[in-house]
Design a protein around this ligand. Structure first.
Ligand code: ZN
Length: 133
């Protein structure tokens, strides 16, 4: 994790992908790490060895690839409009970067929130980018 980097936004296609994966895993939770290009989140990495259940998504820190420059985490909540981080989430947020996305059922365009490492809701701009073919 690089220190001192401020994350301003997320690429729209990355967010769409996250919501799509949340939806296809439902009612299971999924968990991943967010990676950024400069100040924009552009990638999500799904971690091997993460435990998914309808109660908790837990990151196995020992399974984290060395050198993965993540800036935060993302996971889904299977219950409708359940956007608040749990105690477990807050613990994970404090250890894994500055930007944490929670998606929640029904995983529509606005079914997500972003939090900082303290679990306070924060702004995250959605940026359209032109993908190279
Ligand atoms: Zn959670």
């Amino acid at each position: 994790m690089r220190k001192g980097r401020k994350i301003a936004g997320i690429a729209k296609d990355t967010l769409d992908f996250i919501l799509e994966v949340s939806k296809s895993n439902h009612p299971m939770e999924f968990i991943g790490m967010l990676c950024a290009d400069e100040d924009l989140i552009t990638d999500v990495f799904f971690l091997p060895g993460t435990i998914s259940s309808d109660e908790n998504a837990i990151i196995r820190m020992d399974m984290m690839p060395v050198g993965l420059g993540y800036v935060g985490s993302v996971h889904s909540h299977p219950h409708p409009a359940d956007m608040r981080p749990s105690e477990q989430d807050l613990l994970m947020f404090s250890k894994t970067g500055k930007c944490h996305i929670i998606t929640f059922y029904p995983f529509a365009e606005d079914s997500w929130r972003c939090y900082n490492s303290k679990g306070e809701e924060r702004e995250l701009e959605i940026v359209e980018r032109v993908l190279e073919v």
